[in-house]
Design a binder for this molecule. Structure first.
Ligand SMILES: NC(=O)c1ccc[n+]([C@@H]2O[C@H](COP(=O)([O-])OP(=O)(O)OC[C@H]3O[C@@H](n4cnc5c(N)ncnc54)[C@H](O)[C@@H]3O)[C@@H](O)[C@H]2O)c1
Ligand SMILES: O=P(O)(O)OC[C@@H](O)[C@@H](O)[C@H](O)[C@H](O)CO
Length: 382
């Protein structure tokens, strides 16, 4: 069995590649980072160090590596004969994976079982995005012909994999916790055998609970922590002011999740507490800069702040802590982060309504639009 995995970075090597390897797949990593791909191609194995209460080390071997920027023909032939295709490149990069996938499907013998495609990104329905980007590159008639050569399943992936020590080479330090939930129905009777994953009929509750608890909480720590001058996530959360602000945010998203998906309140409280414990893991060198990265994406319409806040407003509940977290995000000023630089430029040069419309995608008539505009104005005046 062969899996082509796009994105040999933190989650690629430390989670998706690892679980596919443990499931018995030969993993072919595809990435545009030449140094990384050369190192993987030259290595026999790397280690995944899971750190926390019960630390473990797992060796990953039997993989290959291909540079998708310089050797697209090889990528096509690998996809044409693969069983599984996964990605962990970032939601905004999926459109660059689509041409490879389309070419791979064109070259794939029609008699092979369909390629099982799963995008493992922090975004709702990321695999659908990859599907749509791929279908848009050919005519509807050709897509009708090719569509039978692949099945597309959305997933929710959860494991904190921080930025890695440059001296660690290919080895990856991760937390011990992990969860990989995958839609079952697209596969019909041929569900991939990945023991580390679980397959669910309805992914929405899983992905929304994950994104609006883990990622909303994480990003809130990053933005409040950045303002308070912290470098690490664990030390930011140890500050009672940050902790209280984050608790307020998670109470709001939990209220939505309980109301919308009918999670038992106690179960959601336990889930939240487990997650806060994960963020407190001192052995995990995770930084506010990594977790707060790309604030414009994180302030998007269906993302971790505006998504739940908009739904709360629509249900007649007024989100306050989420608005505070969004206001904190506006202060994320990190020269190395292109989106942070762009956000600060927008705040200096454009009017508040235009910023809110562009960044959040909310209509001016939406109940959340005016409160966010107010936060943007406050930031501009400060
Ligand atoms: N790190 C985590 O804790 C974590 C956990 C769950 C989900 N995720 C999600 O996984 C995805 C990747 O995150 P990460 O932390 O591993 O980031 P990362 O930067 O470590 O890895 C991304 C990799 O994608 C590669 N890449 C970029 N453009 C590419 C292209 N056009 N073709 C092929 N490869 C390309 C990069 O070179 C890099 O190696 C994101 O969507 C993130 O939200 C991350
Ligand atoms: O990857 P992002 O930028 O969407 O979010 C940053 C972190 O919150 C994220 O990578 C978490 O570590 C991860 O989602 C945990 O499962």
């Amino acid at each position: 069995m062969k899996a082509v995995h796009f994105g040999a970075g933190n989650i690629g090597r430390g989670f998706v590649g690892l679980l596919l390897h443990e499931a018995g797949y030969e993993v072919v990593f595809a990435d545009v980072n030449a140094e990384l791909i050369d190192a993987l191609a030259a290595a026999d194995s790397y280690e995944v160090h899971a750190v926390g209460a019960s630390s473990t080390t797992t060796r990953v071997d039997g993989f290959r590596a291909v540079n998708s920027a310089t050797d697209p023909e090889r990528v096509v032939s690998e996809i044409a004969s693969a069983d599984v295709l996964t990605t962990a490149v970032g939601p905004t990069i999926l459109r660059f994976i689509a041409p490879h996938l389309l070419a791979g499907l064109r070259a794939r013998p029609a008699e092979l079982p369909p390629l099982q495609v799963m995008a493992c990104e922090n975004a709702i329905n990321a695999t659908d995005v990859l599907h749509d980007e791929t279908a848009a590159l050919c005519t509807p008639a050709e897509w009708t012909k090719l569509a039978g050569r692949a099945v597309f399943a959305n997933t929710a992936v959860d494991r904190i994999v921080p930025g890695q020590d440059p001296d660690a080479g290919l080895d990856v330090t991760v937390e011990t916790f992990f969860e990989w939930a995958i839609e079952r129905t697209p596969f019909g009777d041929d569900v991939p055998a990945i023991p580390g994953a679980h397959f669910v009929d309805d992914l929405a509750p899983y992905i929304e609970r994950k994104l609006f608890t883990v990622n909303t909480g994480h990003a809130s720590i990053a933005y409040f922590g950045f303002i308070a001058g912290y470098e690490r996530i664990a030390e930011a959360l140890a500050d009672p002011v940050v902790e209280a602000a984050v608790a307020g945010v998670l109470e709001e998203t939990s209220a939505l999740l309980v109301a919308k998906h009918e999670f038992a309140e106690e179960a959601q409280t336990r889930y939240r507490e487990t997650i806060l414990e994960r963020f407190r893991n001192e052995a995990l060198p995770d930084t506010v800069e990594r977790v707060g990265r790309q604030p414009l994406r994180k302030l998007g319409r269906h993302e971790r702040f505006v998504g739940p806040a908009a739904e709360l407003s629509e249900r007649g509940m007024a989100p306050r802590a989420l608005l505070d977290a969004m206001a904190a995000a506006l202060r994320f000023d990190v020269p190395a982060d292109e989106q942070s630089v762009e956000l600060q430029r927008m705040l200096r040069e454009r009017d508040a309504e235009a910023i809110v419309a562009d960044v959040t995608g909310l209509a001016p008539t939406h109940a959340l639009f005016a409160p966010i505009v107010e936060r943007v104005r406050e930031r501009q005046q400060a």
